[in-house]
Design a protein around this ligand. Sequence first.
Ligand SMILES: Nc1nc2c(c(=O)[nH]1)N[C@H]1C(S)=C(S)[C@@H](COP(=O)(O)O)O[C@H]1N2
Ligand SMILES: [Mo]
Length: 437
Amino acid sequence: MTSKKIVRLNKIYQQDPIAADKLLWNRESNAVTRRGFLKRSGLVALSTALGMTVPFARFMPAGLIPAAYAADNAPSNIEGKEGLIILNDRPVNAETPAHLLDDDVTPNRYMFIRNNGNPPENIDPDNWQLEIGGESCVTPTTFSIADLKSRFEEVTLQLQLECGGNGRSEFVPAASGNQWTTGAVGCPTFTGVRLRDVLNFCGVARDAVYVGYYGADTHTSGDPNLDPISRGVPVSKAMERESMIAWAMNGEDIPLQNGYPLRMVCAGWPGSVSGKWLNRIVIRDRVHDGEKMSPPSYTVPAEKVAPGSRVPNEEMRIIESMPVKSLLTFPQSGISHDYRQRLTVKGHAWAGDDQISGVFLSIDFGATWLPTAVGPAANRLAWQNFQSWVQFPEPGYYEVWARAMDNRGRSQPMVVPGWNPRGYLNNASHRIAVQAV
Ligand SMILES: Nc1nc2c(c(=O)[nH]1)N[C@H]1C(S)=C(S)[C@@H](COP(=O)(O)O)O[C@H]1N2
Ligand SMILES: [Mo]
């Protein structure tokens, strides 16, 4: 299989999945229908394309691009980062390949980067100022980082951040924006103070509704009057004990691209609520109206819509808690493995504000599922690690699929869920390819 072929198939799948199905699985006859399963001639075509047999082909649903075809971009060099894949370099947006997210706690070098504007330059942390104000702030106050450290209790928590657009690349028709695959997620530890301690110190008026942030990054147009992004959370989320103002990540300075020297962290919600290069917080008497607070940004249709629909702004709602999801981080997709040996499988699962109740694995395209051992979260809003093993009955092409369920019984879908104009909240199951030999 040449990589050219792979890229081409990916492109066709994005533009026209039916044509891609035909190309891959149906060269002679009508062997595959969108809802059907592979028939004989399709199977021959698939096995030829993959260069190996597919023992569980009878269970393989049509319309799924085999995991072996997943795009394979070259890693880039960003200072302080390792192995990240650049999706955009103006401004920098880069995701982490799944196998590099195998650590229980995401190291700084593997934390993804999602920038809406240009990060500030020549930062002097000793003179950094954080201003708290807004209509519903009783006593507006400005703090240095040293003030925060001396006035409030220091906390360290492991917190999971996922971009609302993670998984966007799988939507059909394609949604505009960075074409994240699976790597806009991470779960480092953060050290700082509780957002609520700082808000309470400044006084939260009774009519407070929302807490918004501003950062020191600049708009890509260069216009100093425009903000790249200024989002936030309802007061109830801001007042949770895990919502933080952080100055350290994994015990070190926060990397420049991740918000040095100060950032907000409100985990379990789209990453966009966690303001980087934080220099102002506003306690609002209304839903914050900063940049990218209104549709179509970070909003989804209140009711399901047909793929490709145009949705009026009034029918969009702001994304809050993120849906249940999991990621297979070991082994790396595409490995070959001796089929006589068990294969250890590992990963993480998370569920927005909720917890994980189980993670299940399938090696037969979802026909059967086996539970894994899921560990407890280090603290609320940290991801949970799962581990198990699988054994393949004979050599050939397999996919390992993972499906997590949250404590309310909500499960990840096998196919890309709820198409929406900007391609948010894709929590479809992660799949990796394994060649058993
Ligand atoms: N000031 C500022 N804060 C920001 C952003 C930004 O561009 N500027 N991007 C947001 C988005 S969309 C996400 S997903 C997270 C990404 O955090 P990370 O780059 O540290 O991974 O930061 C959020 N906070
Ligand atoms: Mo994001």
